[in-house]
Design a protein around this ligand. Sequence first.
Ligand SMILES: [Zn+2]
Length: 262
Amino acid sequence: MKCFVCGEEMSPFMEKFFGLKHLDACRYVRCSGCGLVVAETLYDMPREDWELLNRECHAYQHTDALAIDPRWLDRLHAQADVLARLAKVGVLEESARAVDFGAGDGKLSDYLAEKISAPPLMKFDAYMGDENFLPPEEMSPASFDFVITCSVFEHLLGAADVEKIFALLTADGTMALHTLVCEEIPRDPNWFYLQPVHATLWTNAAMKKIFRRYGFKACAYHVDARLWLMMRSLEKFSRLKNLAGFVVAEDFVDYWKGKPYR
Ligand SMILES: [Zn+2]
């Protein structure tokens, strides 16, 4: 299989046994160009089986979310703090149309609403949600000034999924992104990040290509919130680049260079 990010050949990397009803052995392949690793077994799975696997993992993940990621709620609060600061300096404008894509139970938006009244961070989730969530028909291309995705990119299954998210942004829109991006994916079946529904494992080189492909001009990484901001407007970038807590560059910020990766 070819890498969907850079087009180079992908070769066998490792295998992990999950022993789940819908996922026993999972094969991973690695790109010789950008180092992206994908779970080939998940990519090859019929979409119905993928949905069943997600359902099988859902209860487990919900009860174990804090065990897998003890900083989960602290980080959500830190992310809400970052968004409130962005609103204060005019990066996230009051009139902005902003959405949390893959919002889960919507906590991030709720935390932000305790800090600022506008703009509201709307919620969208393809699998969860209630009447307060945006319906799928609202998710049209170029209709959001600001999109945040937390723990979504590791679940994507290739170019079409990535495209769907970036397409939501306006021409000078900002993408906020929380996922794990590291210099090199460890060849270790016991690595904590190898979860049954983590289909795409991102490297700095792969994310840098995506950053450039989608026309971003500047990037800021907030270390405590584990949050990247990919920006198309250099004018907006100038409003945040001197704020404390951010590492900035006019290219993707490849922050995580050495192990351990969090
Ligand atoms: Zn690649």
